[in-house]
Design a protein around this ligand. Structure first.
Ligand code: TA6
Length: 277
């Protein structure tokens, strides 16, 4: 099946992004001809699986729920593995929409609330802003988690560090322990899978001691840091085999607890990425 995707441009600076309607996934973001997102060479782009790379949106659950209304949903929920509708588009911005009628029967049966997701993607100068509006159209409250699962492209993970996490106590999913982040400059030197709750600082991603991207957030309280390391070769849709060297997932989310959205109310989560050259 041909991938349904479109580009948005900032004509004044030439920055651009490519968006897949399947999974509402930004699969490329370039400023000054530099690609800032990692897209697996083996990413499945035919709408049969969530795209490995770019910025897949996660809703209504992060990870896998063992109980509750999300327990029968796949890992990371349904937002990233369904076809969204293009609601509006102009040169440098587009809004995508997902609602119950867009869901498969199994997703709908698993999570039967009335809802609407409106996802606006905007490129401008050095910035890429992604804004997710979650609307509870039901007569009853529901609980959710949400996250933007951003895969940043790097030249060599060995030269990369992340600032803004110092002093935050995080859950290490590899060792199933809770630890305090003592490092100012956090590096991935092996498989890394951590949830840093309530990160108050903007997060900076460095390569070779120069800022690459600044990650600013609203309504996305937590930061997830992930690199599969050499385990990436066991993932059929992850390529090249040593591709872990060229990526780091720094994911802005509200995932460390369940967020209640009252009937008729909306929740806005927004991430702004600023590229520094
Ligand atoms: O965001 C980190 C994480 O939850 C990891 O635990 C790992 O599972 C990663 O997401 C990728 O998940 P996926 O379902 O896309 O293979």
């Amino acid at each position: 099946m041909e991938m349904k995707a479109f580009d948005i441009f900032d004509e004044t600076t030439g920055s651009k992004a490519r968006v897949s309607l399947f999974g509402a996934t930004v699969i490329s973001w370039q400023t000054a001809k530099t690609e800032h997102l990692f897209l697996s060479e083996k990413a499945i782009l035919d709408g049969t699986k969530a795209i490995r790379g770019g910025i897949p949106p996660v809703f209504p659950v992060f990870g896998k729920a063992s109980e509750g209304p999300c327990k029968d949903l796949p890992q990371h929920g349904f937002a990233r593995d369904h076809l969204w509708q293009l609601s509006s588009k102009n040169a440098n911005t587009a809004t995508l929409r997902l609602a119950p009628d867009d869901l498969s029967k199994s997703a709908r049966d698993s999570w039967s609330y009335e809802f609407e997701l409106l996802y606006t993607i905007t490129v401008g100068g050095a910035n890429l802003t992604t804004r997710l509006e979650i609307v509870n159209k039901d007569k009853k409250d529901f609980e959710f988690q949400t996250l933007l699962h951003t895969y940043f492209r790097v030249n060599d993970i060995a030269n990369v560090h992340v600032d803004g996490l110092h002093g935050v106590s995080y859950a290490d999913k590899i060792t199933s322990t809770k630890l305090m982040e003592k490092a100012e400059h956090v590096k991935c030197t092996a498989e890394t899978d951590r949830v840093y709750p309530q990160v108050s600082q903007p997060v900076h991603i460095y390569e070779n001691d120069k800022v690459k991207v600044i990650l600013a957030r609203d309504g996305l309280d937590d930061i997830v840091l992930w690199n599969p390391w050499t385990g990436c070769k066991n993932m059929a849709d992850f390529g090249p085999e040593d591709g872990y060297r060229n990526m780091i997932c720094v994911e802005a989310g509200s995932v460390n607890k369940w967020y209640k959205l009252q009937a008729g109310h909306q929740y806005v989560a927004q991430q702004t990425l600023t590229a520094r050259l």
